[in-house]
Design a protein around this ligand. Structure first.
Ligand code: SAH
Ligand code: SF4
Ligand code: F3S
Length: 465
């Protein structure tokens, strides 16, 4: 619970600062590389939105960019290694174009000592900022351009929520809408609470306003984002529960589909399940990370639920919401995980029959409790378990897709197919990817599609006439 003093404050972004510099980017290009999760993608859409307001154009070619920005992730070591690799490659570009401005931001920068480490190794970086001050990027950029200074500014503590930033969205059909920032859960393996700060919820009126504007601009689907959406609303002046927020969003005319992520099994309650069941716009899809099937490991992870409780919640969801797709995140090789613990996870996966699962090898993160545990699992066991888990997950996903052959599904058309430009692609309400011939259909339409063939991880179909 928040006290009055701790209550989350909101401020509105000051557009004047952008408008004064409006011509800065005319005829110039910027390149953004986003690592990590949807939270970072959403932040990048705002960084891109601000740069476009400054007159810049987005490019996918680093060589033509005046600004190169890396929005970083540090959830696992390999995410960080990618950033280091890509930063090294910029040296040659910088030598060719001394006017190139390199910026690094995001979660990785919030780790103690990381910004200095980067500046030492890559002295040509011009701007470094963190997750709490991204809205200041235009100001930093202007100072680099006009004063020639190098900027490193990272706030250790979360500030007010900044509303009203310009957003440059990737899709014209579906959009991410962040409903809360930060995390209070401190799972022992996870660095997110340290780099994203404490939980802060946006006011429902700000969220509803953003969604209504999206709908007015033709958007059909939104995905509500938060590290733990089920604890939405705590600390607001007028507390609102997540289920209540869902019901308010469901009333928005013209909106077709609503998804959300991520739910924590300990907090997903009956009200939310009931809301999904009763609200037509809420899609039949729930991402419920289990992390491990072993009670011993769940306890060491500080997850606050048991395998039995998790299965109870899941079975309730399956009972109440027909055709629901269930997805999850799983970590193998957490400190102290034995073969028996791993078998518990494997059996849970076989029992639940997930529609998709994101599987990860445990990665030690500096200053997290699990990093200090003495019983770290060796690499060989980690990889061996990972391969067995992926096989179990995939064989089930493939079997589930096969069962769709001959069925008719409702698809929101999102764009052209990645592998075949002559085809369109979209998703079913429960999140399955479907590719189909484009005749008579356009992006943004909702159509019924007969599934003619199941691929391993997608479906092929024909639009019903
Ligand atoms: N808040 C969300 C997402 C957190 S990050 C949630 O609670 O599910 C996404 C996933 O990364 C986590 O669910 C977890 O499975 C994985 N992850 C986090 N820290 C990790 C680590 N140190 N090593 C391996 N996987 C990790
Ligand atoms: Fe990390 Fe756990 Fe918070 Fe998810 S709930 S962000 S895994 S600490
Ligand atoms: Fe997301 Fe990575 Fe940050 S997973 S919250 S971008 S550490």
């Amino acid at each position: 619970m928040f006290t009055m003093e701790e209550r989350v404050m909101t401020k509105v972004f000051d557009y004047k600062s952008l408008d004064e510099l409006k011509n800065q980017g005319e005829g110039k290009y910027f390149y953004i590389h986003t690592y990590g999760c949807q939270m970072n993608e959403e932040d990048s859409e705002k960084l891109s939105g601000m740069l476009k307001r400054l007159g810049y154009t987005r490019t996918e070619e680093k060589t033509e960019a005046e600004i190169i920005l890396f929005n970083t992730c540090c959830v696992r070591e390999n995410a960080e290694n990618k950033v280091f690799g890509n930063l090294g490659q910029l040296k040659a570009l910088k030598a060719k174009n001394p006017d190139l401005i390199v910026g690094i931001c995001g979660c990785m920068m919030q780790q103690e000592g990381m910004a200095d480490k980067i500046l030492k190794q890559f002295p040509y970086v011009n701007i470094i900022f963190g997750t709490h001050n991204a809205y200041k990027f235009p100001e930093y950029l202007n100072r680099v351009k006009t004063e020639g200074v190098q900027i490193k500014e990272i706030f250790n503590k979360e500030e007010e929520i900044v509303e009203g930033l310009p957003v440059d969205r990737k899709s014209d059909v579906k959009a991410f809408v962040t409903i809360m920032y930060g995390c209070n859960n401190f799972c022992t393996y996870c660095i997110v609470p340290y780099v994203r700060g404490r939980e802060r919820s946006r006011k429902p009126e700000d969220i509803l306003k953003e969604i209504k504007e999206l709908v007015a601009n033709g958007y059909k689907e939104i995905t509500l984002l938060g590290q733990n959406v089920n604890s939405y609303g705590k600390g607001l002046e007028n507390e609102v529960s997540f289920a209540e927020l869902l019901r308010m969003i469901n009333e928005i005319d013209g909106l077709e589909r609503v998804r959300f992520m991520t739910s924590h099994p300990k907090d997903l309650n009956d009200d939310v399940i009931k809301a999904i069941k009763e609200c037509g716009k809420l899609c039949e899809q729930i991402h419920l990370p289990v992390q491990s099937g072993s009670n011993r490991i769940l306890k060491k992870m500080n997850r606050h639920y048991t395998r039995e409780y998790y299965l109870l919640v899941l079975n309730k969801i399956k009972r109440e919401i027909p055709d629901v797709a269930l997805t999850t995140d799983i970590i193998v090789g957490f400190p102290g995980e034995t073969e028996e613990d791993f078998i518990d996870t494997l059996e849970l996966v076989k029992e639940v029959k997930y529609d998709a699962a994101f599987t990860f090898i445990y990665s030690r993160r500096n200053n997290t409790p699990a990093d200090m545990m003495l019983d770290q699992v060796n690499d060989e066991d980690k990889h061996n378990r990972f391969n067995r888990l992926v096989e179990a997950v995939n064989s089930n996903v493939i079997a589930q897709n096969k069962a769709y052959e001959g069925k008719i599904v409702e698809v929101l058309v999102e764009g052209t197919s990645k592998n075949d430009e002559s085809k369109l692609s979209g998703r079913t309400r429960n999140g399955r990817l479907v590719n189909f011939a484009a005749e008579g259909v356009k992006v943004g339409d909702i159509v019924n599609v007969t599934i003619t063939k199941a691929q391993n991880f997608s479906l092929i179909g024909e639009v019903c006439k």
